[in-house]
Ligand binder design. Structure first.
Ligand SMILES: NC(=O)c1ccc[n+]([C@@H]2O[C@H](COP(=O)([O-])OP(=O)(O)OC[C@H]3O[C@@H](n4cnc5c(N)ncnc54)[C@H](OP(=O)(O)O)[C@@H]3O)[C@@H](O)[C@H]2O)c1
Length: 243
């Protein structure tokens, strides 16, 4: 059966992999991004909604509301929220408290927490009434407080732990209105994208996935999601990770 899939932050390496995968499987894809649709994804099954951003490239709440209003006319049953940020030319993940800066922490929380929050807020009315809707917010295993034995990466770990709390809290509120909905955080596994590029040398052999392989795994997780998973942090294989 053909599904309607909504991919938010669709220019991400993983978002593009998901879009490609779902279209190859015969599904219809709605995509929201600050960027233009890459030519590789410009297909009849794709509807790409480019956000109006400010001159600084910032995303406003009104632009998000406009894009979401358009996207939900297709009644998507599966929604991925892909935004994430770890480094840029000025900032690498902090190895020590001595490297912490307000600018880096603020950017991490803006992209890793506030962006997904904006979309959950904009989607909330739709999610309360759409039967069997499934939402997967891309998070990271390094956000697991239980699993943190290495330290470092302060802003990224803290902001992804915060997005997990955002998802958990939203799932409780959503569950009061819609008993058939599932809203989860998911760790995609280490994937060959711009976000992971500077750190790939440290990845054990065989553990770095292509965006296409990650998309297949995440689509399998989405296909098996049920309301009993709601609020949890899932690994790329669908198992539950500790917070
Ligand atoms: N790659 C990995 O190994 C890995 C591992 C664990 C978790 N993850 C998580 O998986 C998700 C996708 O990762 P990826 O590797 O595919 O990332 P990526 O290719 O670096 O893509 C970055 C994403 O962040 C959004 N973004 C960047 N700057 C932004 C800004 N200033 N304002 C709003 N949005 C901004 C982009 O949205 P637009 O489409 O609007 O540009 C895009 O969706 C992220 O949440 C990441 O933390 C990735």
């Amino acid at each position: 059966m053909s599904e309607q899939v909504l991919i938010i932050g669709a220019s991400s390496g993983i978002g593009q992999g998901l879009a490609q995968h779902y279209m190859e499987q015969g599904h219809q894809v709605q995509a929201i991004s600050r960027s233009q649709c890459p030519s590789s994804l410009a297909k009849p099954a794709m509807r790409w909604l480019q956000l109006d951003t400010t001159a600084a490239g910032d995303v406003t709440e009104s632009a998000v509301n406009k894009a979401v209003t358009e996207a939900i006319t297709a009644t998507p049953g599966i929604i991925f929220i892909c935004q994430g940020w770890l480094h840029d030319n000025q900032h690498g993940p902090e190895k020590t408290l001595r490297q912490l800066s307000a600018a880096q922490m603020q950017k991490s929380f803006t992209i890793n927490v506030w962006q997904p929050a904006l979309y959950l807020k904009a989607l909330f009315s739709y999610l309360t009434r759409q039967s069997d809707v499934r939402v997967l917010v891309l998070s990271a295993k390094v956000a697991s407080i239980t699993d943190n034995e290495l330290g470092g990466w302060y802003s990224y770990r803290a902001s992804k732990a915060a997005v997990n709390m955002l998802v958990k809290t939203s799932s409780i509120e959503l569950g009061r209105y819609n008993k058939t909905a599932a809203l989860v955080s998911v760790h995609p596994g280490t994937t060959d994208t711009a976000l992971s590029a500077p750190f790939q040398a440290n990845v054990p052999a065989g553990q770095l996935q292509s965006a296409g392989a990650t998309a297949v795994r995440l689509a399998a997780v989405a296909a098996q999601l049920t309301p009993r998973h709601s609020g949890k942090l899932l690994n790329w294989d669908g198992t539950v990770l500790p917070f």
